[in-house]
Design a binder for this molecule. Structure first.
Ligand SMILES: *Cc1c(COP(=O)(O)O)cnc(C)c1O
Length: 378
């Protein structure tokens, strides 16, 4: 054996230990959770790594380090995905600025734009999630916000091309990376200035907590976002943070199973006579596929499809034993909902957003097949 350096380990391998304690005699292997509002320090606060719990917390630091490995830039953790979304808008936009947001991104993000930002004197421009349509609206914009793939319609934008066009016009680019996660898609490497994600979803993947984060490479942007968190107090609880960190070592394993099953289930649904159409970026014929395969390493856990009407969807979800009828996605348990029950999105009444979990594929398929037969019989 020589001392030649090992090739870099795969990210999935690195994640198993990312942000854990440095080995030391007598120290725990896993960092524990630190509950603290105040930390001992004497003299100047700038000389102490920790002072007060709204400013920083060692449990956040460990998790943020692990996230930074995934995102390829410094990460700032928030108490929910929406707190992270609001931080980007709040820290970067002033009255008189124009922000461009497609009209099919996450509904709460749209509402912040049209209700809160508009009220504060920020001009909100919108267009569909389509690379050409977004680029056509860039002139005079301070920040362009896109989501790729979108929730729930799974449209994508060509992130590289958007960044080139936006940066040529000095426009900042933010991408909501929630549906893909930074494991499957690296927006910072594709050129974006800010990545936002709801870590409530596939990243943590157990459906038991809410968290979000913003990642950026430019230290000035990072400081603006961190300053916003500190002043607004949109902080994460240490317990949730620790639980989230605990779920990272299995991210690779979970997504490998979930994405593989999602692909096969999308193909099955596409061939089923009760299904009007299916959206999954991994389907070769899907309008998102050509771009998605250039910027995603796998196509995610969500399969969206349309059944005849609301009643058919209710029968389908009522009959399925392995599909929880609930909102959210990305968790280890398969779930689905008739998305139109929330109103808002421009989708058919029979639109189902299904999130594929880690159950055995054969079991899931059998359950879906039986439930569709019942739904169809009426
Ligand atoms: C869920 C979600 C959010 C909001 O995240 P919360 O953790 O629920 O606050 C933002 N963007 C997308 C795409 C989401 O799916």
């Amino acid at each position: 054996m020589d001392d030649a350096p090992l090739p870099p380990f795969h990210e999935g391998t690195q994640l198993v230990r990312a942000g854990m304690n440095v080995p030391q005699n007598g120290a725990s292997f896993q960092g524990g959770v630190v509950f603290a509002s105040s930390f001992h320090f004497s003299g100047n606060p700038a000389d102490s790594p920790y002072t007060y719990g709204r400013y920083h917390n060692p449990t956040w630091t460990a998790f943020e380090e692990a996230l930074a490995l995934l995102d390829g830039g410094a990460c700032v953790l928030f108490g929910s995905g929406m707190a992270a979304v609001a931080a980007v808008f709040g820290a970067l936009l002033d009255a008189g600025d124009t922000v461009l947001i497609p009209n099919d991104v996450y509904h709460a993000t749209r509402r912040i734009a049209h209700e809160d930002l508009a009220r504060q004197g920020i001009t909100v421009r919108s267009c569909p999630t389509d690379t050409d349509a977004v680029i056509a609206q860039l002139d005079g914009v301070k920040l362009v916000w896109v989501e790729s793939p979108t929730n729930p319609k799974l449209d994508v934008v060509d992130i590289r091309r958007l960044c080139t066009e936006a940066h040529a016009r000095s426009v900042l680019v933010a991408v909501d990376n929630t549906t893909a996660t930074a494991f499957l898609q690296k927006p910072l490497a594709l050129g974006v200035d800010l990545v936002v994600a709801s870590d409530t979803k596939a990243l943590t993947g157990h459906g038991d907590l809410l968290l979000g984060h913003v990642a950026a490479r430019d230290p000035e942007l990072v400081e603006k976002i961190r300053g916003w968190r500190l002043r607004m107090g949109a902080i994460a609880g240490p317990m949730e943070t620790w639980l989230a960190h605990r779920s990272l070592p299995t991210l690779d394993v979970r997504l490998e199973r979930q994405c593989a099953s999602a692909q096969r289930i999308a193909e099955y649904l596409q061939a089923h006579e009760a299904v009007e159409y299916v959206r999954y970026p991994g389907l070769v014929g899907d309008t998102s596929h050509a771009i998605a395969k250039t910027q995603m390493s796998a196509f995610g856990t969500i399969v969206s499809f349309v059944l005849r009407d609301a009643v058919t969807v209710d029968r389908f979800l009522g009959a399925a034993k392995l599909i929880a009828n609930m909102t959210s996605f990305g968790a280890v348990h398969t779930s689905a909902e008739r998305r139109k029950r929330w109103g808002g999105d421009d989708i058919p009444e029979g639109f189902v957003r299904m999130s594929i979990g880690v159950e055995r594929y054969d079991d899931l398929l059998a359950d879906i097949d039986a439930a569709l037969a019942i739904a169809q019989r009426g």
